[in-house]
Design a protein around this ligand. Structure first.
Ligand code: OAD
Length: 252
């Protein structure tokens, strides 16, 4: 018996997925946990239980302690480079080929969706493996990432920073608009591995509900959203998501 076959998917969730015309997936750090990457807010293991975000993930922190911030991201870049997509990432690639219309919105900066083969991924919080100038914003390639200090921008000489969204910064407007448009036209929103604690990404759920979508929240500890159209699939994404997709459409 396969692992996927051992998971029981509620029949109403199978019907929702099978009949949906536009499926939107909103993912968070939990989908990459089985790839070996830490989440942010889980007690004990989450990054924000071990580090203070205001010391590492704000523009002020970078201005104050550029070397410390750069080196913390050098460590995180190494973790991301060592990681590989897991069955949940691949299940979303499979799902995209099975439904009439599909959009994938992620808060993750690990590029694992793209590495699994998902296309047109809406990346709300940037890409940790990309760096850009903190002043002229040019994408910086050909820099010494391993340097203990932020390398100088090849174009203007200002310090280079990771191309991620820090606390207090606005999200890339094109990604945000694409995400909101997808949510407004969804009839099923899959919420996968996110605590929904961070705006504006968390606002995608009420937006989709207002537009008439149903929601399936896939998480060992699903969020409590008081709406009869919100269903929960409690468990790790790498197990539950492939099981949901194969229950609706047959094995990959
Ligand atoms: P969180 O750490 O806030 O939430 C991770 C969620 O994943 C929790 O709800 C866990 O219960 C769940 N989880 C744990 N293991 C899982 C598994 N195996 N399968 C599925 N779910 C699992 O992470 P996010 O919601 O992604 O911002 O955090 C949102 C943003 O806050 C991040 O993008 C980051 C952070 O500060 C930026 O980098 C700008």
């Amino acid at each position: 018996m396969s692992v996927a076959a051992a998971v029981v998917i509620p029949p109403e969730q199978i019907v929702l997925l099978r009949e949906a015309q536009h499926v939107v997936a909103l993912t968070g750090a939990g989908i990459s946990k089985e790839s070996g990457l830490p989440t942010f807010r889980e007690a004990q293991t989450g990054l924000w239980s071990q580090y203070r975000p205001e010391e590492l993930a704000t523009p002020e922190a970078f201005a104050r302690q550029p070397d410390l911030v750069w080196q913390w991201y050098t460590w995180r870049r190494a973790l991301v480079r060592q990681a590989a997509p897991n069955p949940a990432h691949y299940a979303l690639v499979e799902l995209a080929g099975r439904v009439p219309s599909f959009s994938l919105i992620t808060q993750n900066v690990d590029s694992l969706h793209r590495r699994a083969g998902s296309r047109d991924v809406i990346e709300l919080h940037g890409d940790i493996l990309r760096s850009r100038c903190s002043s002229c914003h040019a994408i910086a390639t050909d820099i010494d990432e391993a340097s203990p200090s932020p390398p100088p921008c090849p174009q203007c000489g200002a310090p280079v920073r990771p191309d991620v969204v820090w606390f207090g910064e606005t999200l890339p407007d094109d990604a945000l608009q694409a995400a909101f448009n997808a949510a407004r036209s969804a009839d099923l929103l899959l919420v996968i591995g996110t605590s929904l604690q961070v705006q504006p990404a968390a606002g995608i759920v009420p937006l989709a509900l207002q537009a008439g979508a149903s929601v399936i929240d896939i998480n060992p500890e699903p969020a409590i959203i008081p709406d009869e159209r919100v269903h929960t699939l409690a468990g790790p994404a790498a197990k539950m998501l492939p099981a949901l997709v194969s229950a609706a459409f047959g094995p990959a």
